[in-house]
Design a protein around this ligand. Structure first.
Ligand SMILES: Cc1cc2nc3c(=O)[nH]c(=O)nc-3n(C[C@H](O)[C@H](O)[C@H](O)COP(=O)(O)O)c2cc1C
Length: 217
């Protein structure tokens, strides 16, 4: 007799959690703000308040930073199209997205929940954390995997990964300005502690945080 176990039972036997279902994002919808107006509006905002981001706003922001604007290629250039970046959205207080940390999947333009905690709980627990970041309705973490740049020396792998992280960050914060949202880039953070708190793979390096929300009136 052949014993056929459903995938879920097999996962339970092996002790691993099945991946959370995908949260499909609405399609990117081009806005009307001009690039010049957006560049004029962009600034660091540290007093960020709710309501949290809607699913439509999350879609625009993540697509701007790493979405596919044609099959297999993204909004931001990438050395040899190796795409070393990953994006995570830590969210709290959204009317349309439950609290948690979500991994952005560019090909599917979807999110997968990877942690049930919001930014306040995760970042608030880190020593020396700047309080305005943990208090923000949403925080995007940009990580990099320099090993995806195989064939390049280690200096270039690192430099190109950071270069691309900067380009994705700029695209995201300009999109935030286009949506009338406030944003603040932050790297004065204990990234090894954040790496441990999120149980990220050893080869994946946190590069920068981007706090998002509505500018406090
Ligand atoms: C790589 C990088 C790291 C930053 N880290 C922090 C930070 O940890 N905390 C903070 O309050 N601002 C941080 N900033 C924001 C800068 O302080 C801000 O961009 C600068 O003062 C210029 O102001 P503006 O963004 O309003 O034009 C960072 C900016 C960059 C580009």
């Amino acid at each position: 007799m052949r014993l056929v176990l459903p995938a879920i039972a097999l996962t339970a036997l092996l002790g691993a959690q099945p991946p959370a279902p995908l949260v499909k994002l609405p399609a990117f919808a081009p806005g009307t703000a001009t690039l010049d107006a957006v560049l004029q509006a962009r600034r660091t905002t540290r007093a960020l308040v709710g309501p949290g981001l809607s699913l439509a706003q999350v879609s625009q922001l993540l697509w701007a930073a790493q979405g596919e604007n044609r099959p297999g290629r993204r909004t931001v250039p990438s050395a040899n199209a190796r795409y070393p970046l990953e994006l995570y959205l830590a969210n709290q207080g959204s009317p349309t997205l439950p609290v948690g940390v979500y991994h952005y999947l560019p090909k599917e333009h979807a999110l997968r929940k990877v942690d049930a905690r919001g930014p306040g709980e995760i970042l608030g627990a880190l020593k020396g954390m700047q309080p305005w970041i943990a208090a923000s309705p949403a925080v995007v973490l940009v990580t990099g995997l320099p090993d995806r740049m195989a064939g390049k020396d280690s200096v270039r792998r690192e430099a190109y990964t950071f270069w691309e992280g900067g380009a994705a960050t700029q695209a995201l914060i300009l999109e935030a300005a286009a949506l009338g949202l406030g944003s603040g880039v932050a790297s004065g953070v204990d990234f090894p502690a954040l790496h441990a708190a999120l149980a990220l793979p050893a080869a994946e390096r946190p590069l920068v945080l981007i706090a998002l929300g509505h500018p406090k009136p």
